[in-house]
Design a protein around this ligand. Structure first.
Ligand code: NDP
Length: 331
């Protein structure tokens, strides 16, 4: 038996409970993992609360990511004792996930954990941080192709106090960029500066309907918010700038005009972490190992246990989680 969160949909409504499952309940897969740490990402909040239909099969163990040790493997790349990390692939949505002491998945989905990370570090980064890295890599490739140097202009990070935002600030600062953090929590300004933000702005300056073209400011943007915020970020990007869009914390809509794209050559990159090819994942995790400042990572992270993860799912959707939450599934 092992401990797990489990989502069910009885007639009385959608539920998420802490329970004990039998090993026979593990799904098909060629690698079994003893999970050490998981996390609460925004999508885990959607799954745990049922606010959006991200869970497609019931019962379901939530948890879109985990880090742990292989205990059994029929996959050529992995053997018992290997330390691994998993992000996405529908795990925690259509395939039982990481908010459990055991998981069984396809070996093709697993990334070998870089030696420089503990399992807890890997989940402090989690899918939010790995997605932040994918966003930063999209911007880096864009700047490299155009000869744009770090420090030559400001980079905007929206949803700055959240998981994607916090890691993006730390990564961009490590690369020498001048980062402007947009937040709805002015009380977190010192925290955001401690991660590397040079300036902190009120998200209200970006979240209302704005003009199609605004004063040119950003050489790049990491946006985890969507909606008017993303539209305004595009409208205030500098000529030839780039916007990496990965989230929808404000909304899934994009009430924008084409003006920034056709008059300023702004590029909008869509970032998906769930189905990203293995080479891109491995490159992102290797870059995270090189770039992420461990003390900053520790400062943005708080640990909870499996039972507390249920309330945390509600808290993250309410915008009440600062940085990253890691879940000790064995506590
Ligand atoms: P968090 O909840 O940790 O961060 C989101 C942040 O957005 C909040 O902390 C808050 O920051 C800001 N925010 C919340 N509500 C609003 C609002 N109504 N208007 C403007 N800003 C708001 O979530 P994550 O960092 O885990 O995820 C962020 C987004 O990225 C989510 O939408 C998630 O689904 C998406 N995502 C997408 C992935 C992909 O593969 N494309 C992978 C991972 C995440 P503040 O208080 O500082 O303003």
């Amino acid at each position: 038996m092992f401990k797990a969160l489990q989502i069910t949909q009885p007639e009385t409504g959608y539920r998420c409970d802490l329970t004990e499952l039998d090993e026979s309940s593990l799904p098909e897969g060629d690698v079994t993992v003893q999970v050490a740490w998981s996390t609460i990402n925004y999508k885990d909040g959607l799954a745990i609360t049922g606010r959006s239909p991200v869970v497609r099969k019931f019962p379901m163990v939530p948890g879109i990511d985990f880090a742990g040790t292989v205990t059994d493997s029929q996959h050529p790349r992995f053997k018992p004792g290997d330390r691994v990390v998993l992000n996405g692939w529908g795990v925690g949505e259509t395939h039982p996930g990481g908010l459990a002491q055991k998981a069984r998945v396809k070996g093709d989905w697993l990334v070998a954990l870089p030696a420089g990370f503990s399992e807890r570090d890997a989940m402090a980064i989690g899918t939010a941080g790995y997605t932040a890295m994918l966003c930063v890599q999209a911007l880096q490739d864009h700047w490299a192709a155009r000869g744009v140097a770090a420090g030559s202009g400001e980079v905007l990070v929206t949803g700055a106090g959240g998981g994607v935002g916090s890691v993006a600030i730390a990564l961009l600062a490590a690369l020498g960029h001048t980062v402007v953090a947009s937040t709805g929590r002015p009380a977190e300004a010192d925290y955001l500066r401690s991660l590397g933000a040079a300036d902190v702005i009120d998200r209200a300056t970006l979240s209302a309907p704005g003009k199609p073209l605004q004063k040119e400011r950003w050489i790049g943007v990491v946006d985890s918010v969507g909606s008017h915020t993303l539209a305004n970020a595009c409208a205030s990007s500098r000529y030839g700038g780039a916007v990496a869009a990965c989230g929808l914390a404000q909304g899934m809509d994009l009430p924008a005009s084409v003006a920034p794209f056709i008059l300023r050559g702004v590029t909008l990159y869509g970032i998906d972490s769930v189905m990203a090819p293995m080479a891109r994942r491995e490159a992102a995790w290797a870059a995270l190992d090189r770039l992420i400042d461990r003390p900053k990572l520790a400062a943005m992270t708080r640990a909870i246990n499996l039972a507390e993860a249920i309330q945390a799912g509600h808290d993250i959707l309410a915008g009440q989680v600062r940085g990253r939450l890691v879940v000790d599934v064995n506590a």
